[in-house]
Every structure is written in structure tokens, then in C-alpha cells.
Design a protein around this ligand. Structure first.
Ligand SMILES: Cc1ncc(COP(=O)(O)O)c(C=O)c1O
Length: 403
């Protein structure tokens, strides 16, 4: 028997020891970041694949036999362009859009193309950690931008950029999730978007727009995409089929100016994304987008309403506040200052309720803010379980002395 081979002296300097977290679900799981498996249109996707094979098997087989081109399947790119035109009000050519392995890959490619170690990058002060993890991985010095219930506070943004620039730390770009923000659930108004674009031009600072949740709106008016308000190239637009259909498909996309696209793709490893998934998505959505959204979004709304009603009932006189989003997957709970719900997260998870504590989303990772906050995903559990889980959460918070 030979002993276990050790890599200890062989690891590259940039490699980090990454914990391999098996997915664990609490009884009431508000920690996840996706809708319930039973809401995924599996039959429709399978049917779409079958139809594609039956109607044009030679073409489908030929495409499957080759490595997908770097920009990804042409049909899905063309479909995506039509969807963007109809839903988001802007037009791009098939060469200006790249399909990626989820929008996480798109974000990573753009981040690598724009970020040198030490570069200052702005983001909402609480923001999706998948992006901040990537930003940090590539050396960005992330600074949080002040937000309120309506997202980025534009005056604060302008002042911050002016001050940073004066201090020799001019921000390279702004990352923002304008619709149904993760984790706060807020949506930027059209007015704020226009003001942010003006600020961006004034300071020569691109906007990395993450429109991941735009399809998940169940009430109110969709706001214009930054990209629809500005075609100068200052906006990089990223979106995904993960939340509309299924994260397991691993299909997202981005569009940006051609010079940036070429730089971003220089970091791409391997070919375009999964052709099998691309055929299924295009085939399904071209016939079923509206009916899918009409079926899916009312379910989300009912789930959001049941969580918010339960919060009103259980947390109503606790001094806590919470967001009441018009779409997306998340309610942002803010307990009174001093209520540390971050340090009891693991115990509460074991006792039956999962949530993601505020510090995980803090852009600057100072560890000094967000201890009294939590992201609660209302999309995964049923209407009934949302209500039961919030009741249990209130009980557990009382037991732990934070409420
Ligand atoms: C705001 C935001 N952007 C991007 C992603 C990445 O999603 P995907 O890579 O599945 O498209 C997520 C996933 O939770 C997200 O919340």
C-alpha cells in the first residue's frame, strides 16, 4: 500500500481551500435562492427537446455532435434578442450577445475583463454574494453604496464617487441588481436609473446591470433596463434563465460593447454552454413564455403574501421591518439594532428554519453591519410552510432572546 499522495507543497499561489458544502435543507428553508422544484416546467422542456429532435433531427444531432460555438447556440441567442426587445426594449445583434454557463459565468468574465487587483468597484451595500465572491477573487476593493427601500440613493452615489476620485480611488465600475434586488427585494425607479446613468457618464464609470430576476414580477410596473435607456456602451447587461426556468439548466447571457465582449471572452474556458439545454429552452420559451410566467408569477405572489402576512402577525410589534417586493424571491428582514440574528443562524437552522444572515451580503465584508438582518426566500416553500416557518422563526428568536 502506498500512502496518500500529498499536494501540500504543489498548490498554486492563487488556489484557495474551498469548502465543499453539501446542500442541507432546514425544515423550513428560507435560505435557498430559487423557486420550488415542482414549479419547474420539466414536461415542457422535455417536450420541446423531443419536438426539436422529431422535426429536425439531422440539424439537432449535427449541433450536438460539435462543440457549441463560443457565443453559444445561435437559435437561443436569436430568441433571447427577441425577448430582450419585447420585454426590455432594446435591440442587439447576434454577435453582441453571448450565452454563458449561468449568469454567474457572464459576471465572472466581465469582472475579469475589467478588474485589476486593487481596483475599487461599487455595489449596493448589501448585495448578492456570488458576485462579491468573484469580485474579491479577482482582487476588487468593493465599496458599498448607500441604499434605501428604493435601492441606490443617487445623491449618495454621486458624492461617494466624487470623494473616492479625489482620494485617488476612482471607482472602476458599478455593479447593481436593479429589479427585485438580491437580497433586499428593492427595485430602482426609472427616475433613479436615469440619475445613475447621468452620474455614470459624468464620472466615466460603466454600469454592470444584473437583471437576473426581471421575469419574476407579479405586480407593479417593470422599470426600464439601464441598457434600454442608454446605448452608448456604458452599460453591460447580464441576465439568466435560471430563475425563470431552472438553475440546473446553467444558462445565462450578457451583452456589452464589442471591444469589452472580446476581452471578456478571452477569459472563457472551453466552448459555449450546453447545447442540449439551449435547444430545450429555446423550444419551450418560444411557445410558452407568457403562459409560463402567467402560471409561475401568481404562485410567487401567493407565497410572498403568505410570508409577509405571517411576518405582520408574528413580528408586528417586535420593532422589526421587512421589504414587500413586487417580484423576485426575497424578503429582507431587519430586526431592531442590536438583535444579533447572524450569530444564532446555525442553531436556528438546526431548530428548523433556514435563512441567510445579513453579513453574508455586505459588499465591504467589514463584518460590522447586517447582524440584525436576514434574507428570507419566499419562493421555495409552499404558501402554508411560509406561514408556519415564520411562526416558528418568531418563536425561536424569542427563545434566543433576540425578539
Ligand atoms: C443577482 C444574481 N445574479 C446572478 C445569479 C447567478 O445565477 P445563475 O448563474 O444561475 O444565472 C444569482 C443567483 O442566485 C443572483 O441572485
Amino acid at each position: 500500500m502506498v500512502g496518500t499522495f500529498s499536494y501540500e507543497t504543489l498548490f498554486s499561489e492563487d488556489s484557495t481551500d474551498t469548502p465543499l458544502n453539501p446542500v442541507a435543507h432546514a425544515k423550513y428553508d428560507f435560505a435557498v435562492a430559487y423557486p420550488a422544484p415542482e414549479t419547474l416546467p420539466m414536461d415542457g422542456l422535455i417536450q420541446a427537446l423531443q419536438t426539436a429532435v422529431d422535426s429536425n433531427s439531422e440539424k439537432v444531432l449535427a449541433e450536438m455532435a460539435y462543440y457549441p460555438q463560443q457565443l453559444g447556440a445561435l437559435e437561443l441567442r436569436e430568441y433571447t434578442i427577441e425577448k430582450l426587445k419585447a420585454d426590455r426594449g432594446f435591440t442587439v445583434t447576434p454577435e453582441e450577445i453571448a450565452l454563458t454557463n449561468g449568469s454567474g459565468e457572464a459576471l465572472g468574465l466581465v469582472i475579469q475583463a475589467l478588474t485589476n487587483p486593487g481596483d475599487v468597484v461599487l455595489a449596493e451595500e448589501f448585495v448578492y454574494m456570488g458576485t462579491t465572491n468573484q469580485l474579491r477573487r479577482f482582487g476588487a476593493d468593493i465599496r458599498g453604496v448607500a441604499i434605501d427601500d428604493g435601492g441606490i440613493i443617487t445623491e449618495a452615489l454621486d458624492k461617494q464617487i466624487t470623494e473616492l476620485t479625489a482620494a485617488g480611488e476612482k471607482p472602476k465600475y458599478l455593479y447593481t441588481i436593479p429589479e427585485h434586488q438580491n437580497p433586499t427585494g428593492s427595485t430602482l425607479s426609472g427616475e433613479r436609473r436615469k440619475a445613475i446613468l447621468e452620474i455614470a457618464h459624468k464620472h466615466g464609470m460603466p454600469i454592470l446591470e444584473d437583471d437576473c430576476y426581471v421575469d419574476l414580477r407579479y405586480k407593479g410596473e417593470v422599470q426600464p433596463a439601464f441598457r434600454a435607456l442608454d446605448d452608448s456602451g456604458i452599460v453591460v447587461y447580464v441576465a439568466s434563465y435560471s430563475k425563470l426556468l431552472a438553475p440546473g439548466l446553467r444558462l445565462g447571457y450578457f451583452t456589452c460593447s464589442p471591444d469589452l465582449m472580446r476581452r471578456a471572452l478571452s477569459f472563457k474556458i472551453g466552448s459555449g454552454p450546453n447545447q442540449f439545454a439551449a435547444v430545450a429552452i429555446e423550444g419551450f420559451l418560444k411557445n410558452n413564455l407568457d403562459s409560463h410566467r402567467d402560471n409561475f408569477n401568481p404562485m410567487l405572489e401567493a407565497k410572498c403574501n403568505s410570508m409577509v402576512a405571517a411576518l405582520e402577525e408574528q413580528f408586528g410589534d417586535s420593532g422589526a421591518t421587512w421589504s414587500f417586493p413586487e417580484g423576485g424571491c426575497y424578503v429582507w428582514l431587519t430586526m431592531p439594532e442590536g438583535a444579533d440574528i447572524a450569530s444564532i443562524r446555525d442553531e436556528v437552522f438546526e431548530q428548523g428554519v433556514g435563512y441567510v444572515a445579513g453579513p453574508n451580503f455586505e459588499a465591504e465584508a467589514s463584518g460590522r453591519i447586517g447582524q440584525n438582518c436576514a434574507r428570507l426566500c419566499f419562493a421555495f416553500e409552499s404558501v402554508e410552510k411560509n406561514a408556519e416557518g415564520i411562526a416558528l422563526l418568531a418563536q425561536l428568536f424569542k427563545q434566543h432572546g433576540v425578539m
